[in-house]
Each structure stands twice: as C-alpha cells, then as structure tokens.
Design a protein around this ligand. Structure first.
Ligand code: NI
Ligand code: MN
Length: 220
C-alpha cells in the first residue's frame, strides 16, 4: 500500500506502510499546511533545494524523528551538523531499504550557495516516482523518463517561480509519465492556478488533483 499524503505547497509524505519519506518540509508559515511540523512522521527527509518554502522545517522534522536527510552536500551542511544525512549529487543513486533514490537535475536557483536545485526519482514499493522540485521545463526531462519508467510525476504548475501548467504538461510528455500530481500552486496569489486547466491540457496521462490534507493511493 503506497500512499501520497499531501501537506500543502510542495510538502508531502510517501508512505509504503513501513518507510515514510517526507519531501520539502515547509509547514511553519505555509498558508496551505495541513499538519504541524511537530506532528510529521518521517524516516527520510528529501530536500530539493534551499529555498525556505522547501527547507524551513527540515531540521525539526529530522531531529524529532531521528530521520535521515537526503539532499545535496551544501544543503545537508546547512540543515545541521547533528542530523543524520546522506549527501549525494546530480546523477547519483543511493540504494536504501525501500528502493533507490536518484538525484536528477532541475533548472532553478539554489537558495544556498553551491547547493544547486535538483529533483529526485524514488523507487519504492515497485513504483518509480519523479519529484521535480522547483524547476523550469527542460528537454532533458526526456532522459529522466528514458532511464526510469515514471509511474508518478509530481510537478510544480504554479508559474512565477517554476514552470506553469502549459510547460508542466509538456514535461509530462517528455517524461512519458503515466500518472501526475500537480503541486506548488495556490499557496500565494502569485502562483494561483486552476489545476483543472492543467488536467485539461493532458489527455494521455492520469492527472490526480490532491488537496492539502488529502491522501492518494499510488498503487494503481
Ligand atoms: Ni525555489
Ligand atoms: Mn518553491
């Protein structure tokens, strides 16, 4: 049973029933937050880059859960010296008890000098999940989809800071992703989007719109 539990903005948990992976913990000050940082359960915390809307609660979630932070070295150093961490870099893969984590490029600024923004392909419960982080559209997304058959793509659609719905729809095509969950929209006025517009652009993929506080089963 593989579940996606959406906490708002780009913060979510993937839970295979044994391991809990939390992505980009931003709950404190997040107008969409459906959970308090202190209530988040995690075995691993994956961070796409150092902007505060992705990293702000990383330290507390890691410490509270004795969880392992997975991100690029400059960002693991920033989160704290007293956390458990796996520092990796673009193109690298790490085998973990649930599957693998592969770090893939993103096109975005870093928030922390040198700690460039990235995405992840996570293999868990037999599914390949691509989380783009914050990014513009780039044609090398095709390479990500060629390496791993993408069962679920979790993509920003809000525009302004990332790709918008039109470019995210093109990303789905490049990735050849079967199923898609949009994130990083409607948190603030500048990234307001109607996710139904994104859905309407995509005929070949299954788009699942998840509201903060809702869960989605990813086994399908
Ligand atoms: Ni960002
Ligand atoms: Mn962001």
């Amino acid at each position: 049973m593989l579940n996606f539990n959406y906490y708002g903005h780009s913060c979510f948990q993937i839970d295979d029933g044994k391991y809990k992976l939390v992505f980009d913990p931003f709950l404190t000050g997040n107008p969409q937050a459906s959970i308090k940082a202190d209530d988040v359960k995690a075995d691993y915390v994956l961070i796409s880059h150092g902007h505060s809307d992705h990293i702000c609660d990383a330290y507390s979630v890691a410490i509270n859960n004795s969880a392992t932070v997975i991100t690029i070295p400059e960002v693991t150093d920033f989160v704290g010296e007293d956390i458990k961490s796996i520092a990796m870099n673009l193109g690298g893969s790490v085998q973990l008890p649930f599957g693998f984590v592969r770090m893939v490029p993103a096109l975005h600024s870093s928030g922390i000098g040198g700690g460039i923004a990235h995405g992840f392909v996570v293999n868990i419960a037999g599914k390949n999940i691509y989380y783009a982080g914050d990014t513009a559209l780039f044609s090398d997304m095709k390479l990500i989809g060629q390496r791993d058959s993408i069962d679920w793509a979790i993509l920003p659609i809000g525009g302004h800071f990332t790709m918008d719905a039109v470019d995210a729809a093109k990303a789905v095509e490049f990735l050849n992703a079967k199923n898609v969950i949009p994130v990083h929209y409607n948190t603030w006025d500048v990234i307001n989007q109607n996710p139904e517009d994104f859905k309407a652009l995509l005929k070949g993929a299954n788009v699942q719109i998840v509201q903060p506080g809702e869960s989605l089963n990813l086994d399908a």
